[in-house]
Design a binder for this molecule. Structure first.
Ligand code: AMP
Length: 305
């Protein structure tokens, strides 16, 4: 089952209490694709400038990432820079230099248009909507967004929600979008506007799936060391979507397992800088970590008296 991602392809400069990396591979589409490609082939659409380290990007092709939707444009690549506090979750964005990303108009190659699973990374909701006019008949579409678009492009974002199956955001984003502090109520507010499912990512506190009246929680994997939290949300989305694409069915069971795959991929992403951890692991490592979640959440209730 083909899986398509459209989003940022960036050069990230990240500083954490444990180290620093400059101009490393990053962006929502790159984190998503590196995670998802451990389970299924991935098609990526994005833009880079002439200064992008194309040799490093091309190495991703060996993992089953189809890069033919990457456009190289005249100008500088998108650069993002952030610094994490000692709690490893509070993040300050130091710089966002859009470069060629400012004029990004995703063109979906003909060979990608029939993709059945589509992830719309965090870009202008008008562009996310435009992508949906270019794909033929996807079986499942999920999208991300951020506070910047919730404040600046609310009308387009609400229109987009009418056309997606799943919204994946963090808790502050869904609170701002819905105007409700209570995340379950906020998720239902979103569901009334189109999506059947809402995934709310809560960093070290795990993630929650709300679908109809049902709620499912998955914890964050209890890692000894977190090295760089950048991209965890996009890697989560990659694991979630890749499991659904691989399973080929949208059932309560596949959606719950997709949440666990998402959480597992997020946990791998944060173990190294940039997408480095995905160079070290294979599908078997992901499956093993998914199995470890069983012990984390399983318990036997006392029999009813
Ligand atoms: P996350 O840690 O899940 O928020 O994702 C961080 C990734 O998103 C980094 O690799 C950045 O390059 C990318 N990013 C940061 N700001 C933006 C933005 N405004 N639009 C698109 N991607 C961004």
């Amino acid at each position: 089952m083909a899986l398509l991602v459209v989003g940022s392809v960036a050069l990230d400069t990240v500083e954490t209490p444990f180290g620093r990396i400059d101009d490393a591979l990053g962006g929502s589409a790159v984190f998503f694709a590196c995670a998802a490609s451990l389970l299924v082939p991935v098609q990526i659409v994005g833009v880079v400038g002439r200064d992008y380290p194309m040799d490093e990007l091309k190495r991703l092709a060996a993992r089953g990432i189809d890069l033919s939707g990457i456009t190289v444009a005249d100008g500088e690549s998108f650069r993002w820079s952030g610094k994490y506090a000692f709690d490893m979750s509070t993040r300050e964005t130091l710089e966002t230099r859009l470069g060629v990303f400012a004029n990004f108009k995703p063109q979906i190659p003909a060979a990608f248009r029939s993709s059945e699973y589509v992830f719309l990374g965090n870009i202008d909701p008008e562009l996310q909507l435009d992508v949906l006019t270019q794909v033929t008949k996807p079986k499942f579409v999920a999208c991300d967004t951020m506070n910047y678009w919730i404040q600046g492009k609310r009308t387009a974002l609400l229109k987009l929600l009418e056309h997606v199956d799943c919204l994946m955001v963090n808790d502050s984003e869904i609170r701002e979008l819905s105007g409700d502090w209570h995340i379950h109520r906020a998720a239902r507010w979103v569901i009334e506007r189109g999506p059947k499912y809402v995934v709310i990512k809560q960093g070290e506190h795990g993630a929650v799936l709300v679908g109809g009246a049902k709620v499912f929680y998955v914890p964050a994997f209890p890692l000894e060391d977190v090295f760089d939290p950048t991209g965890a949300g996009d890697a989560f989305a990659g694991g979630f979507m890749a499991h659904l694409a691989k399973a080929g069915a949208l059932t309560d069971r596949t959606l719950r397992l997709a949440m666990v795959y998402g959480s597992a991929m997020g946990s791998f992403a944060v173990e190294r800088f940039s997408v480095q951890r995905f160079d070290e692991i294979a599908q078997g490592d992901v499956v093993s970590r998914v199995r470890e979640y069983r012990d984390l959440v399983h318990f036997e209730p006392e029999p009813l008296a």
